[in-house]
Design a protein around this ligand. Structure first.
Ligand code: UD1
Ligand code: MG
Length: 468
């Protein structure tokens, strides 16, 4: 038996957003606002969740978590019509139905619980969530009777001046007795605009001598409905503040919360420090005691404990413990930087594993490479990974020393402990513990010999790796 179900209304066009993206898919803290609503309902232990889709249905349904029931409302004739359609997917055994809107994304789970409790424990067939706000413009107003119960919800367009002055708004979130809702939702009369308003169920309940009770939201700012992009920006700011506070309470230092953006799914370890101007996006995971920023941009990446990332961009990459990244490094998708590495100014790494303790302090490009431990990558090193047709791999063994301005023409392997001279153009594999120089690079002994034969001794410089 299903005790409680929730219907989430998400079929409306959202005209006031002036967007081609369905309103409920506009992101808040990195996730579509609809998913925030569904998460909160799941946390409130609602057993069954049904989403009513319509406008942009295919896009909205594609964004839903697997296994979630969606039902289409075609055409969209108003919120009561949407609930009537939603009820076709609510199991017959359900006793209480929460109805909430996909465009009211900040409601905390405990408010759903409070509504459910209010309706389930009392004799009201409907309990609604109200909030006292500074500016009620655009919302339905809650008119109460002498007992504090709801006498009517009056939509802004239908309200006279006295009713418009009421600062208590209908949040758009309700809990109904399931049997009563099923029996009555189809009887709502059309409004002047031709739409069927869910709010008109109040009049039906009262006419039948039933009660409609009211739960007041303790934090009115969390009841905001997103109808346009101004409200969207307001909600974003609020949600980000909530997220930052949650991390700070859990032991993360955020030096200047107003300049930091942290997405909802980000996890941050204890005693990490987030410096100003930093954005942490997607499902990023930041290790304990890591220092991120100032001015770091981390997207869907893992940063190890005690690592430091400053003034750098890290996207879909991972950074090992105690590593130092930046300033001005760019770790692109698939970069896996090992523990204790030092990656510095204008270093770019893509789809490459970098072993422990490896150093790449200066401007350089490493792509499609597997680099061992304790390698030194000199300034200006380039893995020439693209031959115009395909990407090729570069392998660099442990302890190798890549001299400044080396061009590694992939596919190529540099053996463990090998060295390349400054300006070497490496076109063939280099055996372990061998030094190659020149263009094309050859082992230094061979070059020395041929240079002596020719009476000159050029191009035999080794080293040239720029060090810290
Ligand atoms: C609604 C309430 C209003 C309340 C406000 C709170 C009604 C009549 N009014 O107004 O009292 O103060 O929310 O934010 O309910 N939807 C459908 N199908 C439809 C129409 C709408 O699924 O045919 C969905 C929308 O996608 C949206 C939700 O229902 O998620 C609310 O619709 P919206 O048009 O935003 O109603 P409001 O004018 O905000
Ligand atoms: Mg709305």
């Amino acid at each position: 038996m299903v005790a409680s179900a929730a219907i989430v209304l998400a079929a409306g066009q959202g005209t006031r957003m002036r967007s081609r993206l369905p309103k409920v898919l506009h992101p808040l803290a990195g996730r579509p606002m609809l998913l925030h609503v569904l998460d909160a309902l799941a946390r409130a232990s609602v057993e069954e969740r049904v989403v009513v889709t319509g406008h942009g249905a295919e896009q909205v349904e594609a964004a839903l978590p697997d296994g979630l029931a969606a039902v289409r409302q075609e055409p969209q004739l108003g919120t009561a019509d949407a609930v009537r359609v939603g009820m076709t997917r609510v199991p017959a055994s359900t006793r209480h139905v929460i109805v909430t809107s996909g465009d009211v994304p900040l409601l905390p789970a405990d408010l759903f619980g409070a509504l459910l409790h209010e309706q389930a424990e009392g004799d009201a067939v409907m309990a609604l969530l109200a909030a006292r706000v500074g500016d009620p413009t655009g919302y339905g107003r809650v008119v109460r009777d002498a007992d504090g119960d709801c006498r009517a919800i009056v939509e802004e367009t239908d309200a006279d001046e006295a009713t418009r002055a009421i600062a208590e708004i209908n949040v758009g979130c309700y809990c109904f007795d399931a049997a009563w809702l099923r029996a009555n939702v189809g009887d709502v009369p059309a409004s002047a605009s031709g739409e069927f308003y869910l709010t008109d169920l109040v009049a039906l309940a009262l006419a039948a001598g039933r009660r409609v009770s009211v739960v007041t939201a303790p934090r009115a700012e969390l009841t905001i409905g997103i109808n346009d992009r101004v409200a969207l920006a307001g909600a974003e700011q609020l949600m980000r503040r909530e997220i930052a506070e949650r991390h700070m309470r859990a032991g993360v230092t955020i030096v200047d919360p107003s300049s930091v953006r942290i997405d909802a799914e980000v996890q941050i370890g204890q005693d990490a420090r987030i410096e100003p101007g930093t954005t942490l996006l997607g499902a990023s995971v930041i290790g304990q005691e890591a220092v991120i920023g100032p001015n770091a941009h981390v997207v869907a990446s893992r940063i190890g404990p005690r690592a430091h990332v400053w003034a750098s961009i890290v996207e879909e990459a991972s950074v090992g413990e105690d590593a130092e990244i930046g300033p001005f490094s760019h770790l692109r998708p698939g970069a896996e930087v090992g523990p204790r590495c030092r990656i510095g100014n204008y270093a770019e790494i893509k789809n490459s594993r970098i072993g422990a303790g490896t150093q790449q302090h200066h401007f350089s490009y490493v792509g499609d490479a597997d680099v061992g431990d304790d390698v030194n990558i000199g300034a200006g090193t380039v893995t020439a990974n693209y031959d115009g047709e395909q990407k090729n791999a570069t392998l660099i063994g442990d302890g190798a020393f890549i001299g400044s301005d080396s061009m590694l023409i992939a596919p190529v392997t540099i053996g463990a402990g090998a060295r390349t001279g400054a300006g070497a153009v490496v076109t063939r594999d280099v055996p372990p513990n061998t030094t190659v120089v020149g263009m094309p690079a050859r082992p230094i002994e061979l070059r020395r010999r041929s240079a002596t034969t020719a009476g000159e001794d050029r191009n035999t410089q080794t080293g040239g790796g720029s060090t810290p």
